[in-house]
Design a protein around this ligand. Sequence first.
Ligand code: PMV
Length: 340
Amino acid sequence: MKRVIARAPSNIAVIKYMGKLDSSLNLPSNPSLSLTLDRLCTVTEAAWSGPGEFSLRWQGASSLGEWQDLRPMEIEGGLALKKMQRHIARVASALRPGLVDLGAWEIRSGNRFPAGAGIASSASGFAALTLAVARAMDALPEGERGGALLSSLSRQGSGSSCRSFEGPWVAWEGERAFRVASPSLKLADLVLVVEDRPKTVGSSEAHARVLESERWPGRLERVAARYADLRRLLESDRLAIEWSRFSELCLEEAMDMHGLFHSSKPPFNYMTETTREVLAWLESEPSLPVAITLDAGPNIHLLVPNEEAGAVRRAVEQRFDWLSILQDLQGPGALAGARA
Ligand code: PMV
């Protein structure tokens, strides 16, 4: 069996993918925009037997090749295993059209997020799996169109994973995720880990429930305006000059998404007391150079100019000395490593 290892980073959205136009293909209701991370990633090993009867053996892994101290990826029971199996079949059939017997697969996977970090791994997990399958079959497609094909296949497994193939700034519109011109100011992401319990409402359910929110009408207009503003700001290299506008747009967008959660029918909420306490403190410290965003969870991401990351981290630690903080940098995406 041929064994290969692939790695893919997570990404953090500043314009959120929330709500689907088509849930079988994971086509989004609105465009989104994200920063690709670097060390917060998934590492996946795939071994393929070659054509033959289709089967999958899956295991979590705590080390793979040069990658040590991984957190064995957890998947929840039969449903998630089925999802993984469907994804392998989707990628294998697309990359080798006409191949009927998809063969025996062995997959091992681990995350470089420390245990209990409260970081969702579906973006990095599906991107790494897509790449690992392509490499195991010796079918890594070349060029820009090849990258677009992998990203689009990955999207069908997990929507947000389509933005992890390139970096640092990636836009996703409809069927296509693509790199946008990136500003010279480089960012770090400080993840303030407020809670590490599994979410009560998974992202698939959130995508469906927000459509019932009384705030859904108007959401597409609000998000389109912010998306256009942020793209202009990034692509004209005005991130440093317009930092406070950037920061304002990031927070507005995160609160808009959480507002949809809070007003869904029935409503749901990811924010904890601690989330609110930390947000209130950040608001009382306007001189900190941070842009705040939250995913569908209680943890707070602070996007910070690289050179300010140490000082911001110390300020947070001084106020909340019990909070665990993960620190990462913007990165070039999974394809950069896969083709190296
Ligand atoms: O890829 P999914 O279906 O897990 O969606 C997650 C969407 C958010 O993380 C909440 C926002 C985003 O754009 O990443």
